[in-house]
Design a protein around this ligand. Structure first.
Ligand SMILES: *[C@@H]1O[C@H](CO)[C@@H](O)[C@H](O)[C@H]1NC(C)=O
Length: 270
């Protein structure tokens, strides 16, 4: 090759090398929001107050477990999380911070259906700690782009999802009622959800207590299985990892301001 031609070709060779060493780069840039690839599906995480509130050691105004007679007795919202099919997820996808003013009109509903069930302040994306809602929006909500383009739309959609998919009533109707003595087959709980919503959930346990129940959705909010492909064959692999074959659904209890359990209200649940 004459020297002149080599000089013309060289820059292309460098570009080619760059493209082959980072094959994902081009696609990432094309479909990303603040540097992260667009997500594949949503996981809608619900928390069981009977399991969460049992852990309360001290109270604070922001802890829903400490609300006297107004404490939660049904599954409450943890968050709506954009996920990737490979089991990883994007997080902190925007440079902007949570703005409580944007969801001011939703505060009452959020306090009732999306309470924090602990006193710890979760971390935020741009330093420091903040409220449960701020954490959920900054860490997960911002990654729901382009399905949701702002904080308000995200929170409204999560509330609507919560009203539409009432996990507590599905479990109650199938006989899985809160109890401090009964143990229920994990497979039965999973089947009850599958029969109601036509997709299989993920269940997370703390020892043998149900701690979270997650429903999964495509980006258009059609239900889908939380585990895909080979996971389905081994059947509920994600739940098996953390739950035993028989699980309990502890009765939610009210926690007094000093952090001790006040009274049982299993009957209130019905
Ligand atoms: C879900 O069902 C439970 C039990 O039937 C009921 O108490 C609760 O109000 C329902 N929640 C919503 C958001 O509709």
């Amino acid at each position: 090759m004459p020297p002149l031609t080599l000089w013309l070709v060289l820059p292309f060779l460098v570009l080619l090398a760059a493209a082959t060493t980072s094959p994902t780069r081009a696609t990432t840039v094309a479909s990303s929001f603040h540097g992260q690839r667009e997500f594949d599906y949503f996981a809608f995480a619900l928390q069981w107050p009977g399991t969460y509130c049992k852990r309360t050691r001290s109270c604070c105004p922001t802890n829903g477990c400490c609300r006297g007679s107004n404490f939660p007795t049904v599954f409450t919202i943890h968050g709506l999380w954009p996920d990737y099919n490979d089991g990883t997820w994007p997080s902190c996808c925007s440079g902007s911070s949570f703005d409580p003013k944007e969801i001011l009109t939703l505060t009452n509903s959020l306090e009732q259906y999306w309470p924090s069930l602990s006193c710890s302040k979760p971390s935020l994306c741009h330093g420091g700690k903040g409220t449960f809602w701020a954490h959920e929006w900054e860490k997960h909500g911002t990654c729901s782009y382009p399905v949701f383009r702002n904080e308000y739309d995200y929170f409204v959609a999560v509330l609507n999802l919560y009203f539409k998919y009432n996990v507590t009533s599905v479990l109650n109707d199938a006989g899985y009622v809160p109890s401090n003595t009964e143990k229920y087959p994990l497979g039965g709980i999973i089947s009850a959800i599958e029969n109601a919503f036509h997709a299989s959930p993920q269940i997370v346990c703390s020892k043998d207590s149900v701690e979270e129940l997650r429903l999964c959705f495509y980006k258009d909010f059609q239900p889908r299985d939380c585990a895909l492909g080979s996971d389905i064959k081994i059947n509920m692999v994600t739940s098996k990892k953390s739950c035993p074959k028989y699980v309990s659904l502890p009765e939610p209890v009210s926690v007094s301001k000093t952090g001790t359990m006040d009274f049982k209200v299993g009957a209130m649940m019905m």
